[in-house]
Design a binder for this molecule. Sequence first.
Ligand SMILES: CC(C)(COP(=O)([O-])OP(=O)(O)OC[C@H]1O[C@@H](n2cnc3c(N)ncnc32)[C@H](O)[C@@H]1OP(=O)(O)O)[C@@H](O)C(=O)NCCC(=O)NCCSC(=O)C[N+](C)(C)C
Length: 534
Amino acid sequence: MGSSRGTERIRSHPSLPLVGRAARRAGRGSYDKRDGEEMTIITKAACVGGGVIGGAWAARFVLAGIDVNIFDPHPEAERIIGEVMANAERAYGMLTMAPLPPRGKLTFCKSVQEAVQDVDWIQESVPERLPLKRGVITEIDAAAKPDALIGSSTSGLLPSDLQSEMKHPERMFVAHPYNPVYLLPLVELVGGKKTSPETIRRAEEAVAEIGMKGVVIAKEIEAFVGDRLLEALWREALWLIQDDICDTETLDDVMRYSFGMRWAQMGLFETYRIAGGEAGMRHFLAQFGPCLKWPWTKFTDVVDLDDTLVEKIGAQSDAQAAGRSIRELERIRDENLVGIMQALKAGNGGEGWGAGKLLADFEKRLWAQGGNQPKSFDASGPLRLVETKVNAAWVDYNGHMTEHRYLQLFGDTSDALLRLIGVDFAYVAAGHSYYTVETHIRHLGEAKLGQALYTTLQILASDEKRIHFFTRIHDTVSGEVIATAEQMMLHVDAHAGKSVAAPAEVLEKLKPIAEGHARLGVPDGAGRHVGQKR
Ligand SMILES: CC(C)(COP(=O)([O-])OP(=O)(O)OC[C@H]1O[C@@H](n2cnc3c(N)ncnc32)[C@H](O)[C@@H]1OP(=O)(O)O)[C@@H](O)C(=O)NCCC(=O)NCCSC(=O)C[N+](C)(C)C
């Protein structure tokens, strides 16, 4: 697999990309979806600085299956990074049912040199002081492979200033992420005067492979794009608090009950286009353009952040938190972000929208690369197909898993069976699939937040068109059956919208499972109808 380049680059292939360990296990780098082109992936990374941002970068890499070396001289670095990692794992458990690759290995190193010497991507996340950052980046440059990519997490320093003392400045750029880095996909990619365009192109490819959206900023500018926008809002917000127009909670309410929700799915301009009505953006500009000259803002003046204002904001913020710790708030934030991304994944008629589309595409790659999908299976018993945990978004007002999430889990299980018999994304894209036509669910026990579950599936009968099967949801610890579903799927020609016989290659894969399961006998609860005595 050895490559003379910092990140792996190999020829394209019709398959979908592998990431991190999966790529290495396959003895190669990643495959490109675009015919004939090469692809850049990260096979090993280093994080220099392991605070809130550096630790979360490490989590993003590790959960994408990439080994990470980390260097942070803080005496409690291991504890802090361990806590970030735990939050990230919890969030990913809620975010996706797709088979994540085996976790990358996290290694704590004693020096910058040790951390960076054999890796493809180095992410610098040390405190925001130019001499410190420049010094660390120069040190990284001296110890890293000459072609390793070096990204800085700086929130606002110019890459030209950061790379000025490097021997190989062409591979250095700003990779500015958003907290929590393991969930929020955006990374602003900003080159300095000496950064090569090739570096930015490779960085953009590489972050896509770890589920991120690399946005290339055309010109370097202090604070780039995101922090410029946040700075404007932040300044205005400080004035509103200083002038007693509102308190911190009211200000946050104004955002989160209104335009904050709009911004998560469409940005500023697309939202304003709609606000312009049928005449669109031009009408909007004509309507609201004149306001720009009205006294609607104070943000070009800088508020005096003196002790009184700091204490005022601190006290209002304490009241707003109502005793919740930062860790609790982080968990609430992560659950909400997961919920938003999942909603966006279902947006645009199921195609996915914005960050949800990115998640859908990432999941497709994970499914395509197989993950924990068994290569062989034992049909002498029901197939164990899905492992999961009840996440917060699945729990209803009764404090247990709500009913449509059961159906989701049953659907994920039938999807897993379909993949086993060769009905995958490519098969569906070619025009055929299986559709569920009947379901009978029984709820036998409760599933609570965080409870580990697994599913098993038994085929009851099958022919060239039909698969009749019985799925159980079990508690992972006790094995107790919590719910069952008896379902019928029909093989269909999706274009014609009609059932048709499945092709021989699918039926051949189905046959040994059906034959094995025929020996198991009819499960208790199969064939029931509502109203029968138990
Ligand atoms: C297209 C469709 C699935 C079938 O429409 P059709 O071709 O008109 O089908 P028929 O009604 O003629 O039925 C074909 C044969 O199948 C037999 N059949 C039908 N229903 C059942 C049943 N419930 N149990 C047993 N057998 C059944 C029927 O008797 C016919 O037998 P023959 O021997 O005469 O051939 C159409 O129904 C459709 O589009 N339905 C909607 C499907 C849907 O949207 N489902 C929800 C999607 S969820 C999902 O699919 C989840 N997942 C699998 C992706 C995980």
